[in-house]
Every structure is written in C-alpha cells, then in structure tokens.
Write a protein that binds this ligand. Structure first.
Ligand SMILES: C[S@@+](CC[C@H](N)C(=O)[O-])C[C@H]1O[C@@H](n2cnc3c(N)ncnc32)[C@H](O)[C@@H]1O
Length: 148
C-alpha cells in the first residue's frame, strides 16, 4: 500500500549505496575493506548498543569497538534508551537490554576514549510510546542522545 513511507523508502534507496553486516561485540566490528583506511567520518547508532549488550562491561566494550571504526576526530551520534531491561523483537521474543543510567553512559564513553560534545536526555511524549517496551516500562522512558 502507498503511504508516506513509500516515498521515504524510495528516497533512502537512492542514497544508500551498500548494506553491510556489523557486530559491535567483535573487536573488528566490520569487514576490513568496508571503510576507508582512515576510518569513518561519522557513525550513527540508534537503540542498538544497549539493546544488544547483556551487561555494562559489554556495552562499554561495544563502544570501544565502535570507536575504532572512526577516523581521528570522527563523530558518533549515539541514540539509545535509559533504564530499559528488555524489548520485544517479535511476539514473545524478549531481548534483554542493559538498563543504563546517564552517569553510567557518560562513564562508559569516557572509558572507551570518547569526548562528549553534547548530551541530551528527554522523555518521550505519550503519543510516541508506541513500542511495547515503552508501554511495559512507562517509568523509564528516557531517551538519550549523545553527540561526539
Ligand atoms: C532495538 S533494535 C534497533 C533497530 C533500529 N536501529 C531502530 O532504531 O529501530 C537493535 C538492533 O541491533 C541489531 N544488532 C543485534 N546484535 C547486534 C550486534 N552484535 N552488533 C550490531 N548490531 C546488532 C539488531 O539487528 C537490531 O536491528
């Protein structure tokens, strides 16, 4: 069915030139020839690191692995959720999420070598709480955005 997303999908297909697998738990998360030798100018991670890390050390390590993909002076835009304990990847498929607070995220960033440029923490408005995780964890619907 046609809708606003049809147009957005078409635009995206015009600008995305490749889709490659990544595993943030590997010390080399991408295949060696994917990025230029100097590294990426910018990386964006959206609701990924906390939702694929079983605990805080694993989250911190994933940040460190990601940093190695950036060129010196490159930027990471990290978007994630605070205080989640799991999300539903499908009916009955509950994926554990490391529940982070702001201080833990800042400490993990520092430990993995990032310089924090900007931090924004906000609460989702009720009409955006459509995902099950937001319904289940209404008390912790803070979303964290970090710019490096
Ligand atoms: C909660 S979803 C977020 C998806 C999307 N970015 C969004 O904002 O809706 C978490 C994503 O992490 C990806 N993922 C799972 N394990 C991963 C890993 N080891 N390394 C990198 N990404 C992983 C999954 O494929 C999934 O798309």
């Amino acid at each position: 069915a046609k809708g606003p997303w049809t147009e957005k999908a078409a635009k995206l297909r015009q600008v995305i030139t490749d889709v490659v697998p990544i595993d943030v738990h590997c010390s080399q998360p991408l295949a060696p020839d994917v990025l230029p030798p100097s590294g990426a100018d910018c990386l964006v991670s959206c609701f990924c690191l906390e939702s694929v890390s079983p605990d805080l050390p694993s989250f911190t390590r994933a940040l460190g692995h990601t940093r190695k993909l950036l060129r010196p002076g490159g930027h990471l835009l990290l978007i994630g959720a605070l205080g989640e304990s799991y999300y539903f990847a499908g009916p009955g498929v509950r994926i554990p999420v490391v529940p982070l607070d702001e201080a833990q995220v800042c400490a993990s960033l520092k430990e993995s070598g990032y310089t924090l440029i900007r931090l924004e923490v906000y609460t989702l408005p009720p009409d955006m709480r459509v995902g099950r995780q937001w319904i289940i964890r209404e008390q912790i619907e803070n979303v964290l955005t970090l710019f490096f």
